[in-house]
Design a protein around this ligand. Structure first.
Ligand code: SAJ
Length: 429
């Protein structure tokens, strides 16, 4: 029976382990946190992901999946550890290095090592392989290495692991073929064989493409604010063209991928990645841009209710969330209340915290905010003002309830914001 050892049992490693184990491959999961291993060995999970717990439970019960803190000899190893950025916007590859250091003492001829973590260009060749070769074995000759980046969307991981296309970047053709053979246990999507560095750059460019396009939409929102044109209409109608796909503007870009991966390319080629860097800075400047608008709408010490603080709608993930940054900026000048039904520490009831409020700022378009009762809010708020950064609300319904409605990217809050004196912490582009 095939076996695989998966190093790192987080958002990617755990679902990947569960998919292998439920498709006839025996899995040894490894995580540095004993508590995570204990939870998994009880057939439970420590992250939120639809369908995952059931598969983990079945796999543990059938003896196909177990977790421990120790790396044991195996035919195949998959590294799925985090690769965050430092404060200086440099890739932190220390978890990849640590994972490789835990593998090389048990590495044997004929083994396959796959790196799934998103990494900087040339990391597989220049960082991973030198550590693995401390085993005395030669990569490409004695053992196989491939970079096969994950591409799945949280909330749809199980489906996407099975159905998405996969890029398989071998350090040799044989390495790529071996990796493809392993994944074919459950991957139904096409598998495209290439070299490791191409695979690294593919993964980084997928998220960079999106980040750059969102920056373009955010720049357009600022232009529309200046010109008094509705950006959401411009995006909607421009996208009627068969070859145009403008993205949506908003208060910024968050998550552990789009807000991070482009920096890996900037780090590798700072003199060349100009559009990429400017886009990152444009998106990073959006919370400050929204804060400036708030300053134009309400006086200091006003009560501001922010709806949503996760990095995108309908998830419980606040990593790199631009709205968290916005909240921190607003807290310097206002009395801020946050409502988010997905985050335990915050209120989930808009009406309970909006008493005497001066302004509601819609930060994240969670489905729970779609049908707010503005008549009720109009009765309890002190000043009836709404700033919508996502074009979620129906302007007509909001104004009928007596609210002043301000939308990001239509000029409605621009003149006031330009007059406002507001010291913003983040660098404006
Ligand atoms: N956003 C906008 N405007 C848009 C689209 C998104 O402002 O038009 C913002 C969102 O609000 C959010 C951020 O961008 O703050 C990122 O959201 P997302 O849904 O675009 O991406 P992630 O980070 O949840 O997942 C991405 C996916 N990559 C692509 O779609 C190219 C996913 O497939 C990857 O697996 C994942 O990154 C990853 O792990 O790399």
């Amino acid at each position: 029976m095939k076996q695989v050892s998966i190093i790192g049992l987080g958002y990617i490693g755990l679902p990947t382990a569960a998919m292998f184990a439920s498709h006839g491959v025996k899995v040894k999961g490894v995580d540095v946190v004993q508590e995570i291993c204990d939870i998994i060995n009880e057939g439970k999970i420590h992250i939120e992901e639809p369908y995952l717990e059931e598969i983990v439970k079945q796999s543990v019960l059938s003896g196909m999946f177990s977790a421990s803190t120790i790396v044991e000899p195996s035919d195949n190893f998959i590294i799925a550890v985090p690769t965050p950025i430092t404060r200086e916007k440099k890739a932190d590859l220390s978890y990849v290095v640590k994972a490789a250091e835990s593998i090389y003492p048990v590495l044997k001829p004929g083994n396959l090592v796959i790196l799934e973590s998103t990494v900087s260009p040339r990391c597989t060749e220049d960082v991973l392989i030198p550590v693995l070769e401390k085993s005395g074995l030669k990569a490409g000759r004695d053992f196989y290495v491939a970079h096969c980046p994950e591409r799945v969307l949280p909330g749809k991981i199980i489906y996407e692991l099975e159905h998405n296309n996969k890029i398989i970047g071998g350090i040799t053709e044989e390495s790529a073929i071996k990796a493809k053979e392993l994944y074919s246990a459950f991957v139904q999507g096409e598998m495209h064989l290439t070299d490791a560095t191409t695979a690294e750059l593919c993964k980084l460019m997928e998220n960079t493409y999106r980040d750059v396009n969102i920056a373009l939409a955010n720049e357009l929102a600022k232009i529309c604010d200046k010109l008094g044109v509705n950006v959401w209409d411009v995006v909607k109608y421009a996208n009627k063209h068969p070859r145009v796909n403008l993205h949506q503007p908003g208060p910024g870009v968050g998550g552990h991928c789009l807000a991070v991966d482009p920096w890996f390319i900037v780090e590798a080629t700072p003199e060349l990645a100009r559009i990429i860097e400017l886009s990152r800075k444009t998106n990073d400047g959006m919370p400050a841009y929204v804060a400036q608008k708030v300053a134009g709408l309400v006086p200091d010490r006003a009560k501001v209710v922010v709806l949503g603080c996760t990095y995108k709608p309908d998830v419980d993930d606040m990593r790199e969330s631009p709205v968290v940054e916005l909240i921190e900026m607003l807290e310097e000048n206002y009395q801020v209340e946050v409502v988010d039904p997905y985050i335990e520490k915050y209120d989930s009831n808009v009406y309970e915290v909006s008493n005497d409020a001066d302004l509601i700022v819609l930060g994240v378009n969670h489905k729970q905010f779609k049908n707010l009762n503005f008549d009720v809010l109009a009765k309890i708020m002190k000043t009836k003002k709404i700033l919508d950064t996502r074009n979620l609300f129906d302007k007509h319904a909001v104004t009928q309830s007596g609210f002043e409605y301000f939308l990001l990217g239509d000029g409605s809050s621009t003149a006031l914001a330009e007059e406002a004196v507001f010291e913003v912490a983040a660098a404006q582009v």
